[in-house]
Design a protein around this ligand. Sequence first.
Ligand code: UDP
Length: 448
Amino acid sequence: METREAKPVIFLFTFPLQGHLNPIFQLGNIFFNKGFSITVIHTNFNSPNSSNFPHFTFVSIPDGLSESEATNPDVIDILHDLNSKCVAPFGNCLKKLISQEPNAACVIVDALWYFTHDLTDKFGIPRIVLRTVNLSAFVAFSKFHVLREKGYLSLQESKADSPVPELPYLRMKDLPWFQTEDPRTGDTLQRGVMKSLKSSSGIIFNAIEDLEPDQLDETLREFPVPLFCIGPFHKRVSPSSSSLLTQDMTCLSWLDKQASKSVIYISLGSIAAIDESEFLEIAWGLRNSNQPFLWVVRPGLIHGTEWIENLPKGFIENLEGRGKIVKWAPQMEVLAHRATGGFLTHCGWNSTIESICEAVPMICKPSFGDQRVNARYISDVWRIGLHLENKIERVNIENSVRTLMTSLEGEEIRKRILPMKETAEKCIKLGGSSHRNLENLIAYILSF
Ligand code: UDP
């Protein structure tokens, strides 16, 4: 009888936020294509759609979040709740999985699961951490305690534009802070994540080391564990959806009707929220720019409203087809579409790397966390976008859209992003840094 060699198994512990689910599922597909079996451990809260990944095994754990906890607008609170309520369920689940699986290779956990190290140590299984930010933001986060001690994080308006001596390129206002009622919860999170990272068997980044060589050196100096930059993940695997919201595919047929590189795409990601006045200023700015636009207005994006009911009557009709608003888009396809010429973004790292990979220049409107760091790199270091530094007003939106899409300055920005796209393409091919790092990572996992 033919015997099949059993595949090594990786347990992926996914964190239930959109910007964390997308990269970890892409990573799962990368490992699956390299001959690993994948078991996904996930919470009931924001449970991923397993039917999109029939080649993975799914195991859910009860997270114990009450309805009010699950709908808490303070994401940092949810994060802490999950980290305390999932200790026992995750421990029980992992113990059972390991006892049933002789080929268990390792656990890959999202860095936001900062409680897991005690359990993986106890069960004697190697733990590798996926950090879903880039190296520049990672370095900034790793200096969090120093920045806090020096008082940089309690921002004073007058110092907002001062440089940060410890972090070249960044200004005080770019430092990663957390949108939370209680700043101490941000500190707890940061301390927990750092401890968990430093005690891990390795850290994986959806990043490209050629784009951030200085930060790689700095990270290697600071962190005593192996680091693997193997991004861009999404360019290594065929698209498959880990979207929590339904993507409105009519965007694509609407884009088909637009001229090449004429459309400005707007999305502020899955968590950031804006005031109603900001929403209306963006709406009028887009309209006044006369540029075609595709705008993702996620339910919950605008504080205090359901969706777009507060747009002035006739606003959409008067655009005569020049603008389209959807609740959620197939973002990767939108960015790859020939009609998309610019991206007004909140600068989450997934959105940023997805934009770089399609050479779509950006307009940055960051809110919190790593978004500010990314925005500074986009506008001042890589110079592949414009930065909306001031209060959101229609005239700023209009001017930045016109500048990016129609001016000579916009053309220069567009030229600068092309070599970055080429670097992203080359690094995952034979001889490229991410290609080499993935091979090293696989050999490392198989050596456990
Ligand atoms: N995304 C999407 N459709 C949208 C908006 C976003 O599929 O309409 C995806 C996007 O491609 C990215 C993720 O959601 O992979 C957002 O992650 P990011 O790190 O940019 O921001 P976050 O949501 O974590 O703030």
